[in-house]
Structure formats: structure tokens, C-alpha cells
Design a protein around this ligand. Structure first.
Ligand SMILES: C[S@@+](CC[C@H](N)C(=O)[O-])C[C@H]1O[C@@H](n2cnc3c(N)ncnc32)[C@H](O)[C@@H]1O
Length: 415
């Protein structure tokens, strides 16, 4: 292998370090990769593949050496990257070795060479459905049961489909690709290059997981003034604007709000943008409906962002739940009597979903849950007995599955 392959592997190593040791997201770390697009893409693909299969890669590594390699040691990181390329990307053995060893030059080169040689000779067989980190499997098994964990393993082993949300249902029905699983929706089996998909330039659709489109579907059609309190980058704002609401989009991140503005520009949809912290913002008027798509651990997006499985430590989930409760209290004070408040998180943690709503209802008894009615959720997603929508791995699995989500619609008492 020429020197050509090395920069991408070096970048993959830096990405893995940024995610696992510095707690960054793969997307944000990838923005710092200064390489030609092909190499940068390869680096992200290697790091992503590694994160998707980390526990199984570690078991393979441990089976080939008596030495206990620390989790964050360079030797383990380089071996993980090399094996991920072998099993996930089909990289030839000679290229794996030639690009792994320079990464440990001046360090544990012999050890890495030895472990890699042993595993390549022996053959690396990993489970078809990747094992998740042990603490995540334990947490999810106790919250949702073993079947959910098995479904989550299967989900992370497959490339998720690409969901498009359309401004108008006619656009979705007429779209030449994929299938429709709900109004204003189209699912494509393969992601591909989004800007090259038919109609991208026309702005009639945007990328949005079907589960992520559920919260806005629960805002009543007749709510005129609606606020989206954690709005950027704007998938739900665009749904609400397209549905004809007068929408105010608040977000405290100016850079994310700039992306929302770009998205509105491309789709030709209109919203009032407010850069503000929802905890301290004083709205000029009360709203008919509020969408609170709160910041969370994002564990529901583990198929696309496997690093969330490593970032969502119990302390992170606890801090997040505290912020969600404060945002919910603040949001409820912005609502007209009888108004609708939809709370959503892309999380598979009950602490950020069910528990937040149960505690809110206990301290704000003027609110009640208004369960989704027929036609508001796609077939295959049924409301829980409590009246909220809990989307878990395994739902719609034959059609490509869904991101994990929690959505509750609350209605305030009339005046
Ligand atoms: C889950 S994302 C929202 C995704 C968005 N609703 C969509 O559909 O594209 C959460 C957002 O909340 C914003 N955020 C976090 N804390 C906030 C706060 N206190 N006030 C306003 N926005 C906040 C973040 O900047 C982030 O953009």
C-alpha cells in the first residue's frame, strides 16, 4: 500500500480519539478533518464502522493477546480501526497491516503486528448483529426487555434507510423513488448522495427520520400561533410551516439557527427565527401550541450515530433530565389556556421521556395527556397505555426500522 491510504487512517484514529476520549460527536469531529473529500469520507466510514462494532472488535482483540490493552491505548485504537476495515469495509489484509503499523511507529508496533497477524491468520468472525456496550444493554434490557436489546443489535448492524419529509402530500405521492409509510413521507432504502436525489433543488422535501416527524404530526391543524422551542436545524419547524401554522422557531445556538435559515431558504418555507435561551426568553404573546423537542442523550439515533452509546453515561442522562424538566415548566407557562404542548426526545432512556412527563403531570395537574388518534401515527406505531408514543427498535423493522423516540401530547385546562 502506498502512502496514499495513510492520511485517512491517521484521521480515523484522531476521530476515534475525539469521540471516545473527548466525548465529541463524530459529525462535529469530522468537520475538523482537513483532507480531500474521498479521504475524509473514508476516515469517517472507518471510524463509524469501528464505533458500530466496538465491543465485538475488543473481544476479538482480547482473544489474541494475553496482555490487557487499556481501553484508550493507542495499540487498542489502531487494532480496532484495522479490524473494522477488515470486517466492515473489506479492506485487503496487506493494506490493513501497511496502514496500521505506521500509526504506532515508535510505540507498540510489534504488539500490534502480532495481534493483527494472529487474527488475520485465524479469521475474524463477528456476530452478524453487533453487541452493544454492556452498560447500555443492561440499561435497555431492564427498561424494555431482552427483545428490545436484540432488535437494537440488529438495527445497528444495518445501514438505516433514508426518510424524506415532504411539504405537501402530493409531492410525496408523486415522488419517483421509495415507498410512503405515512402522509408527506417517502422512504428510500439507500442514503446515496442527498443533493443528487430528484427534486433536491426544488426544495419540496428534506431529510428527516420518520420517527422524528411524529412530534409535529401531533400539533393540531387549527393551532394558529405555534412555537418550536428547540428548533434547529429545523426539520420540525419546516413540517409546521408547511402545515400552515404561523411558526416561531427558537434556538439558543446561533450556528444551528443559521442552518435552520438555510433549510428554510432551500424549501421556501417561512418561520420567525429567535436566537434565545428558552429558559429565559419572554415571548411577546402566549401560544396556541408548543413543540418542545428537548436536547437529550440522543440514544435513539444510535443507528446513525453509534457514538451516542458511549457518550450517554448515567450522569449525562441525569443532567439532561433535569434540563428537560426546567424547559417543560418554562414551556408550559407560554401556553394559552386549553393549548397543546408536545414534548419529544430522540432518546431511548425512560429517564428523559416517560419519567419527565410523569413528574411534570404530578406537579402541573392542570395538564392531561391527549393520546394520538387514528391516522396520527404510522401503522405499526401504537400509543402506550399511558397515551404517549414510545418508538423502540424493532418497530417497523421489516420496512427498515425507526430511530428511537418518545413523544407526549399534553393539553392544558381551558380558562
Ligand atoms: C434535539 S435538537 C432539536 C432538533 C430540531 N427540533 C429539529 O427537528 O431539527 C435540540 C436543540 O435544542 C437547542 N437547545 C438546547 N438548549 C436550549 C435552550 N435552553 N433554549 C433553546 N434551545 C436550546 C439546541 O441548540 C438544539 O438545536
Amino acid at each position: 500500500m502506498s502512502e496514499e491510504g495513510l492520511p485517512a487512517r491517521r484521521a480515523a484514529l484522531a476521530l476515534l480519539d475525539a469521540v471516545l476520549r473527548q466525548g465529541r460527536t463524530l459529525d462535529s469531529a469530522a468537520q475538523g478533518v482537513k483532507l480531500p473529500p474521498n479521504d475524509a469520507g473514508l476516515a469517517v466510514a472507518i471510524a463509524g464502522e469501528t464505533l458500530r462494532r466496538l465491543p465485538d472488535l475488543d473481544s476479538a482483540i482480547d482473544s489474541a493477546t494475553r496482555q490487557r490493552l487499556p481501553d484508550d491505548s493507542k495499540a487498542r485504537m489502531v487494532l480496532r480501526l484495522a479490524l473494522a476495515q477488515k470486517v466492515g469495509l473489506g479492506t485487503p489484509d496487506h493494506a490493513l497491516v501497511a496502514t496500521a503499523l505506521p500509526l504506532v511507529a515508535g510505540g507498540p508496533r510489534r504488539l500490534v503486528h502480532g495481534v493483527l497477524g494472529t487474527l488475520l491468520r485465524r479469521g475474524i468472525v463477528l456476530p452478524e448483529a453487533p453487541t452493544l456496550p454492556a452498560e447500555v444493554e443492561e440499561r435497555w434490557a431492564s427498561a424494555w426487555g431482552e427483545d428490545m436489546v436484540l432488535a437494537a443489535r440488529r438495527a445497528i448492524g444495518h445501514r438505516p434507510p433514508l426518510d424524506l419529509s415532504f411539504a405537501h402530500d402530493e409531492g410525496a405521492q408523486a415522488y419517483p423513488l421509495g415507498t410512503s409509510l405515512a402522509p408527506r413521507h417517502r422512504r428510500l432504502a439507500e442514503a446515496g448522495n442527498v443533493p443528487e436525489l430528484p427534486g433536491f433543488g426544488d426544495g419540496g422535501w428534506w431529510v428527516q427520520d420518520l420517527a422524528s416527524s411524529l412530534p409535529a404530526r401531533l400539533i393540531p391543524d387549527d393551532a394558529r400561533n405555534v412555537v418550536d422551542l428547540c428548533a434547529a436545524p429545523g426539520g420540525k419547524t419546516m413540517q409546521l410551516a408547511a402545515a400552515g401554522h404561523r411558526i416561531t422557531a427558537v434556538d439558543r445556538s446561533e450556528s444551528r439557527l443559521a442552518r435552520l435559515k438555510e433549510n428554510l431558504g432551500r424549501t421556501g418555507l417561512i418561520a420567525d427565527l429567535v436566537p434565545a435561551d428558552a429558559l429565559t426568553w419572554s415571548p411577546p404573546r402566549a401560544f396556541d401550541a408548543i413543540l418542545l423537542d428537548a436536547p437529550c442523550s440522543a440514544t435513539g439515533t444510535f443507528r446513525r450515530h453509534p457514538e451516542v452509546l458511549y457518550r450517554a453515561r448515567p450522569s449525562v442522562i441525569g443532567d439532561s433530565a433535569e434540563l428537560q424538566a426546567r424547559l417543560l415548566d418554562r414551556a408550559s407557562a407560554m401556553l394559552k389556556p386549553g393549548g397543546v404542548l408536545v414534548y419529544a426526545v430522540c432518546s431511548l432512556e425512560p429517564a428523559e421521556g416517560e419519567d419527565v412527563i410523569a413528574a411534570f403531570l404530578a406537579r402541573a395537574p392542570r395538564f392531561r395527556v391527549a393520546p394520538p388518534v387514528a391516522g396520527e401515527l404510522p401503522d405499526g406505531v401504537t400509543p402506550s397505555p399511558e397515551g404517549w408514543a414510545r418508538v423502540l427498535p424493532g418497530m417497523l423493522e421489516p420496512a427498515g426500522g425507526l430511530d428511537g423516540f418518545f413523544v407526549a401530547r399534553l393539553v392544558g385546562a381551558p380558562a
